[in-house]
Design a protein around this ligand. Structure first.
Ligand SMILES: [Zn+2]
Length: 461
């Protein structure tokens, strides 16, 4: 986040997606569904009692992680055995081999790369092999997030194998390959979520939250350009690609090319110092700039709400850090709490998320005044979706500067906020958040990428 007072001029983060207007009438989105599927919160991962697929693993130790990984590979390959012919008219040839290694071990060469110290999972086209680190990467994802994170990583790597089979040129920019692989991950997980996998399950609430959290954790750090050789995408772009695949299927993924990515990528090449900039919400200038940006984004006929500190008003969530009081037309802020979530963790220490998470929480409450003036209901799940959408729209208005300007990493902070249990960005007037992280992020992205306030009212009604 950058205030007007800052001196640096950022590159434009958003190349074309910000100014679009929307033609036609948007179809309303059902808040009880995730991309058309019912919201579920059951366990995710291997179904209990399934037999191992028995794929040979080169270098494995026969432990639980290798078992999980090999079964995930078998399952993803089963998906492609059905879908490569059905969608792309090609037969799917299984991977030539799977390799498990321990990044803490002595290391071996795979496609010319030593695995010593390589905390990673990867696909190498030269030997048509998928390899994973069973020592650190997969156990870390499995323990800190869940089995769905491991499924997502292997589905991503096999997504690269699919590209190779579809003949994507090797010289294709890294970001295009990575976006496609994230998208293919989404299409595979859709199949699992629909109950079509014989071995795995994933719930659309908690399970997809785990997947999105995994994409968030392995995002590019702020300041990596989207056309960098090694670019995988920031969390916002990665989650977007995943959602395309989940919602629209694998044909959509193959359409991702350089032009399409350039048109919507939010990953600007920005100065490192800009990335490090973090504005505190208890700074008077910051609050004034936030107010200005909101008043410019939303033209209200009535008096705009004022930001003030004070006890939460009318919320059921105990720890809501901001609330909208329609009677007094005030937004009451818990400034200490907002500064806490607005301060990113320092090396080795606990911390919050980052400034944009705090700013967006306040902005989300402001959109409630906008909705009230528009005659919309302020409570219930549709209001929560509309709030996320309008907050995304507000974010689209500060891409190119003004009172506030987005910094690299800001949108990723919004994603992180929306994956917390009590996300306020996607909450109604009472602070009740949408149950599925997928739906929260999808609504925010709708507002951001359409750059249109009316889209939010049309789609979320
Ligand atoms: Zn990749």
């Amino acid at each position: 986040m950058k205030c007007r007072s800052a001196w640096m001029i950022l590159l434009s983060l958003c190349l074309t997606a910000c100014t679009g207007t929307v033609g036609g009438v948007a179809q309303p989105v059902d808040p009880t569904l995730v991309a058309g599927l019912e919201i579920t919160d059951g366990p995710s991962g291997l179904k209990p009692g399934v037999l191992d697929a028995g794929l040979p693993v080169d270098g494995g130790d026969g432990g639980e992680i290798d078992r999980l990984a090999a079964n995930a590979v078998a399952d993803v390959q089963r998906y492609w055995r059905e879908h490569l012919p059905a969608v792309f008219k090609r037969d799917f040839r299984p991977l030539a081999s799977l390799v498990s290694y321990d990044s803490a071990g002595r290391g071996r060469k795979i496609c010319g790369t030593s695995t010593a110290g390589l905390v990673n999972a990867f696909y190498c086209a030269g030997q048509d092999v998928v390899a994973w680190d069973r020592g650190e990467l997969l156990p870390m994802l499995n323990d800190s997030i869940g089995q769905a994170a491991v499924m997502a990583v292997l589905a991503h790597e096999i997504g690269h194998a699919v590209q190779f089979r579809l003949g994507l040129p090797a010289a294709t920019p890294s970001i295009v390959k990575e976006q496609q692989a994230d998208c293919y991950t989404g299409s595979y997980l859709r199949w699992v979520a629909e109950g079509k996998s014989p071995m795995f399950q994933v719930s659309t609430g908690r399970g997809l939250n785990e997947v999105l959290t995994a994409l968030f954790q392995i995002r590019d750090s702020a300041g990596v350009a989207f056309d960098d050789d090694s670019a995988h995408g920031n969390a916002f772009d990665r989650v977007s690609a995943f959602q395309f695949g989940f919602t629209d299927g694998p044909a959509r993924c193959a359409e991702i090319d350089e032009r399409e990515v350039e048109g919507r990528s939010t990953q600007g090449a920005a100065d490192e110092r800009a990335a490090a900039e973090n504005v505190r919400l208890d700074d008077r200038q910051a609050l004034a700039d936030l107010t200005t940006s909101l008043r410019q984004a939303f033209r209200l006929a009535a008096a705009p709400p004022t930001l003030t500190t004070g006890a939460a008003c009318g919320v059921t969530a105990e720890d809501a850090l901001a609330s909208y009081c329609s009677e007094s037309n005030q937004i009451n802020l818990d400034l200490d709490g907002l500064v806490r979530i607005g301060t990113p963790p320092r090396r080795g220490r606990q911390g919050g998320i980052g400034d944009f998470a705090a700013f967006a929480e306040v902005a989300s409450r402001y959109t409630l005044a906008v909705q009230q003036e528009g005659g919309f209901r302020l409570d219930g799940p549709v209001a929560a979706q509309r709030t996320a959408c309008l907050t995304g729209f507000w974010a689209s208005t500060i891409v190119d500067g003004g009172a506030l300007t987005l910094s690299p990493g800001d949108l990723d902070e919004a994603i992180a906020e929306m994956l917390t249990r009590n996300s306020l960005i996607a909450a109604d007037v009472r602070g009740r958040t949408l149950p599925a992280g997928f739906a929260r992020v999808a609504a925010f992205r709708d507002g951001f990428s359409s750059g249109s306030q009316s889209t939010c009212g049309d789609k979320y009604r």
